[in-house]
Write a protein that binds this ligand. Structure first.
Ligand code: GLC
Length: 715
């Protein structure tokens, strides 16, 4: 950071200052660099002058484009202020890792941090300086398409991943193979009513504080340089003009001094929300709330100058925003080197290099969750396999936010299988499409299955069925895939089902017909290798669900850390008057924290160092964990707490710690946790974050439903 950015600011005209608050896509420059200004620039009624005063570019394609645009820009910008290039590098740049919902099922914080480091290096070499990641929205509704981009339903886990990804991307920013992180979408975008994209969010302040805000704060505390506002309203006010959120909480309470960027046209959308009559009022409200960069709409450019001239807003607001943007450019060293790490040669050499693909394979294998296994897995490599389904040989398994990934560089399930056993032992048939109603290929599938010892069905959702604008009300397997399962199960052969999807699905209609079910999510570039590693026993699956699998979409939102209600349903009781459905169970099909492996772990001898914890002190929990299976494996030992009586209703359990323990077959280990007062805190009636004396229940287990428990008292 060498430039005196205040000196630069003092030399800038108001138009040049306002230009820094605008973000455009590269095509505006590509046309400019070809001399003729046409298309969107004309449509946006922007004259060429603004082009050379714009602050940032969104979505650069590669190092070559970045170098070309930056070179042209620096020739035309009066103060030699460089552009900053931002992009959606969500779970990998060219080496694509599992979607974040998959990554979070690894419960492996250091591994996820490593994926962010690799993404940052590939992106930095390819012309990117800021990524619009991590997305840390808490989710409880699998109808919403962007659950694939989240790290699930738990606040504590989300907070750990938010911190890890910010640190992974940013490192210490002045090293050139790091990029600035942008925590999004602030705030609570993951709670739209009905799971319907862009829909109203209407949650209590308590829910916001207890469940949604901590992960954003964790990202900010980790040093994130940018925060993106969400499309939704909070308490009736759109985040993009919500001063309480952006100035009181984000800046004053949390001390965030980085850049706030709107989401795509979310400044414009203040008009649709009904809080601004026109672009002028939208610009005024967003600037007053503290939005520094207006993404992909031009209300700032068209209105801020006249708002200042009319005395409706102070120029200081613009100066503050410009200084934050210049400060970010300065931190990234762009004034010294406007091209930073961009290198066409190094980008090509580094993207998808062996070392990165190795981590991608490890990440994909760690993210997959074995939901069911009657013993058919691991598969014997001597057996004949009918590999059936639309994902049997599909390379589009990168997920809906894998902009820079290349399907042709992706390993399909078939390719993964062919590296494990001779092609004579594999009969590959498509069987059906993902979403059509065509059953004409069923007969080939039946014929293949009849010749095989084992059926492996590779099924799922199109990538476009999740992600942004990807909400689904019916979250079963689409098309005729369920019909294919029912058809093949009539052959009474072992049937392994592997799913490629961006959300927990409703699989209640067929899960009992499957011998085994492996949730692969969208596993990324190395997906086929990772599936084969697990199915043939070269990897012992260790993934654990970070989001509940509903028994029925009618349960949604269904999540583990729910309240007890005044009439909790107790399994087996037959009272009508308790909190339950007449037609389905309360519990999800598979709960948060659940996952199987090829080992089996036995929990025993849970003990506490004391039944009493004094304020400011801590107690310890001990238990024995034994691998009673035949394979070495990793168990994620989860520790939950329940505050039995407080100022307000408290969840029946909350994840407060976990440890990943690797044990050889037959090996036993004593596992220890320290429980301190910080873990007992919540926002009391006055909004103070503190622990209340009284009884707590501590439970430990391999998922949120199977636990050993003890109680203790805070005194
Ligand atoms: C999109 C998304 C946001 C993304 C941005 C830029 O609408 O909501 O997550 O970073 O626009 O592509």
């Amino acid at each position: 950071m060498s430039m005196n950015i205040k000196d630069i600011l003092n030399k800038m005209t108001i138009e040049e200052k306002i230009g820094q608050l605008l973000q455009l896509i590269p095509s505006f420059y590509k046309e400019a660099s070809e001399g003729e200004i046409t298309g969107p620039l004309k449509a946006a009624k922007l004259d060429e002058k603004i082009l050379w005063n714009t602050g940032s570019v969104l979505g650069i394609a590669n190092a070559e484009d970045m170098i070309e645009i930056q070179k042209k820009y620096m020739e035309n910008n009066r103060h030699k202020i460089p552009l900053i290039f931002m992009a959606d590098v969500i779970h990998g740049y060219r080496t694509i890792f599992p979607v974040p919902l998959g990554l979070s099922c690894s419960w492996n914080i250091s591994l996820v941090k490593k994926t962010a480091e690799i993404a940052a290096k590939e992106a930095a070499l390819s012309g990117v300086q800021v990524t619009f990641s991590p997305m840390v929205d808490l989710v409880r509704d699998p109808r919403w398409g962007r659950v694939m981009e989240s790290t699930g339903e738990d606040t504590y886990l989300n907070s750990l991943f938010a911190k890890a990804m910010v640190e992974g991307y940013q490192g210490n920013l002045n090293e050139e193979c790091n990029i600035a992180a942008c925590v999004k979408h602030f705030a609570a975008y993951g709670a739209p009513e009905g799971g319907r994209e862009y829909n109203t969010v209407d949650i209590s302040n308590r829910n916001l504080r207890e469940n949604h805000l901590p992960a954003y704060k964790a990202g900010v505390d980790a040093g994130a340089e940018m925060v993106m506002t969400s499309f939704n309203i909070i308490d009736g006010v759109p985040s993009t003009c919500n001063s309480k959120l952006l100035r009181d909480i984000l800046r004053s309470e949390w001390g965030f001094d980085g850049v706030v960027i709107s989401d795509w046209t979310s400044v414009d959308e203040l008009i649709n929300h009904g809080v601004a009559e026109d672009g002028r009022e939208a610009a005024k409200k967003a600037m007053e709330a503290g939005v520094d960069i207006e993404m992909m709409s031009i209300n700032y450019v068209n209105n801020l100058k006249s708002l200042i001239e009319d005395g409706e807003i102070s120029e200081k607001l613009i100066d503050d925003a410009v200084l934050r943007i210049l400060s970010l450019k300065n931190k990234l060293g762009l004034f010294e080197n406007p091209f930073r790490s961009s290198s066409i040669k190094e980008s090509e050499e580094t993207c998808c290099c062996e070392e990165h693909l190795k981590i991608a394979r490890e990440a994909a294998g760690s993210s997959m969750v074995l939901l069911k296994n009657d013993g058919v897995l691991p598969l014997n490599k001597e057996r004949k396999i009918a590999l059936i389904g639309p994902f049997a040989d599909e390379k589009n398994i990168l997920g809906p936010w894998s902009i820079y990934g290349k399907p042709e560089e992706t390993v399909s399930v078939l390719e993964g299988f062919l590296e494990k056993l001779p092609k004579e032992r594999i009969i590959r048939v498509k069987g059906c499409d993902v979403a059509s109603q065509d059953t004409s290929l069923f007969k080939d599938a039946i014929a293949a299955a009849e010749k095989a010892d084992v059926i492996v069905l590779a099924l799922g959702e199109e990538e476009s069925m999740s992600g942004e604008a990807g909400s689904r009300a019916d979250i079963r397997l689409p098309g005729v895939q369920e019909k294919l399962i029912h058809t093949l199960s009539k052959l009474n052969k072992p049937m392994v089902i592997v799913m490629f999807n961006g959300r927990p699905l409703e699989i209640t209609g067929w899960y009992q017909e499957a011998s085994a079910i492996l949730e692969a999510w969208f596993p990324g570039t190395e997906g086929g290798h990772a599936v084969a590693d697990i199915l043939f026993g070269d990897r012992n699956p260790s993934g654990r669900l970070s989001m509940s699998f509903p028994y029925s979409v009618g349960q949604v939102p269904v999540y583990y850390n729910h309240f007890n209600t005044g009439r909790p349903y107790v399994k087996g009781e037959n009272s009508r008057y308790s909190s339950k459905y007449l037609d389905i169970p309360n519990e999800p099909l598979y709960p948060f924290g659940y996952g199987l492996g090829y080992s089996e772990f036995e929990y025993s001898d849970l003990e506490l160092s004391s039944e009493y914890m004094s304020k400011g002190e801590s107690i310890r929990a001990f238990l024995m964990l034994k691998n009673i299976g035949e394979m070495e494996g990793i168990e994620t030992v989860q520790l939950y707490l329940r505050d039995v009586a407080a100022d307000v209703a408290r969840p029946v359990k909350e994840l407060k710690a976990f440890k990943q323990i690797r044990l050889k077959a037959g090996e036993e280990k004593r596992v220890e946790f320290e429980i301190d007062e910080e873990m007992l805190k919540y926002h009391d009636l006055q909004g103070n974050f503190k622990a209340q004396k009284g009884k707590f229940i501590l439970s430990v287990g391999g998922d949120s439903s199977k636990v050993l428990w003890k109680s203790f008292k805070l005194i």
